[in-house]
Design a binder for this molecule. Sequence first.
Ligand SMILES: [Zn+2]
Length: 247
Amino acid sequence: MSGAHFAFTDRWGGVSAAPYEELNLGGAVGDDPEAVRANRDIAAKALGLDAGRVVWMNQVHGADVAVVREPWGMGVPPLQRSQERDKPVPEVDAVVTDRRGLALAVLTADCVPVLLADPVAGVAAAAHAGRPGMVKGVVPAAVRAMVELGAEPGRIVARTGPAVCGRCYEVPESMRAEVAAVEPTAHAETSWGTPAVDVSAGVHAQLDRLGVCDRAQAPVCTLESGDHFSYRRDRTTGRLASYVWLD
Ligand SMILES: [Zn+2]
C-alpha cells in the first residue's frame, strides 16, 4: 500500500500580473496563457509532479464525473491547439482515476475543492463543489464512481481545501432555503446576521452519510484571506488549485 497526497496552493510564488498575482492556475479567467502554463509548471515542480501528468477539468458547476487514465490537456485553449497529444477537456466537475502517479486537479476561488483517495484500492478523485454542485450531489457522485473502481467509503481519505466560509457566503433568504431543503447542514448565517450558505459543511455532511469518516477541512476562508483568490471578494481574479495523487 502506498500513500495518498493532497496539496492546496495559495496565491503566491507565481508569475502572473495583477489582478491574477501571482500563482493563478486557472486557464479560463482572462490571464495570459503563458503565465498560467508557467505557474502550472512551478506548482508541479514544487509538488514533485510532472506537469504533463496533471489532469485539469473544464468545470461547469454540474455533477458529472469522468473516469480518467491519461492526461487530456492543460485546459488552456491556445496550448490545446499547439499540443498534438492534447484531447478536449470534458465539462465535468469531478474526475476519478485508478492510475497511481496521475494527479487530479480542481480549480477554485471560493468554491470547495474536494480531494478523495482510497490508498488501498489505488483510487483517487477530485471534485469542484460550489453551491450548485454541492446541491446537485457532485461529491456523492464522485464517491460512487470511486466505489465502482474498487474503493470502499470506509477507507477513503477526504480533504477539503480553502473556500468561502459560512459566515461570509451571503445569499438571499430564498436561496438559503432551497439549499437547506437539500442539505440542512449548509444552512448558515453571516457574521453580520444575514442568510448564508456553508458549502463545506454540506460537503462534509454528504461524505459522512456515505461512510467517509476520515475527513478534514482546511481552516482557511478564501474571502477573509489575503493569501488566497476569492471570486466573491475580487470578481476578476485567479484560481487556486488543489491536487490529489497516489504513488
Ligand atoms: Zn469567511
